[in-house]
Design a protein around this ligand. Sequence first.
Ligand code: SF4
Length: 236
Amino acid sequence: MSTVQFVLDGQAIEAQDGQTILKAAEAAGVYIPHLCAFKDLIPHGSCRVCSVRVNGRIQAACVQTVTAGAVVESETPEILEFRRNIIDMLFAEGNHFCMFCEKSGNCELQALAYRFGITSPRYDYLNPDRDIDMSHPDVYLDRNRCILCGRCVRVSQEVDHKTIFQFVGRGHEKRLQVNGTCLADTELSATDEAVAACPVGALMPKRVGYAIPVGQRAFDAAPIGADVDARKGGAA
Ligand code: SF4
């Protein structure tokens, strides 16, 4: 495969032709924050946390492919503020109570908040009225914590080869729906990759509370993105 060069925050980076900016940056040891992008799933650029400026225009790094000579800005004050605002709004838009959430310490939204130095909300909470689906024997779906990233939808289809989740409604009415009246009506298994892919505490296996003690969870050990940052020799 041929390679192309582009510039990311002043650094020349060699990438594979057709590679996304997010993947090329990660390969070069530059972490670009993201939420809806996940491993090798087909990206769809919905959360916009990975926004960068490409030749002056804001684009989602998870879907925008590299082009030869492109000038990409990621860690500018403007872009950092843009991302921080999105993360702030995700907290305000749902009902996230980190201190009571089993995902705390393993939650990517919480970890991004820490990375961006968010300690209190900037926007008023919307306090939406959302339900919790406890019907399944081994998995629950807490829509209060769902950030509508779509990972479960795509992983279920692309990896588990099931069609369990979908989005219904638009704008403020948009919500995650299951293919049936409730989770128990679906062929979801606790071992499905879709369950593990949820970045927050919305889709969770049951009976795992404190199986990993607080203080020993993924982001207790290292901040989100540290694994990528380490490739070039230190955290950003
Ligand atoms: S349940 Fe989790 S993975 Fe699915 S859309 Fe909501 S936050 Fe994303």
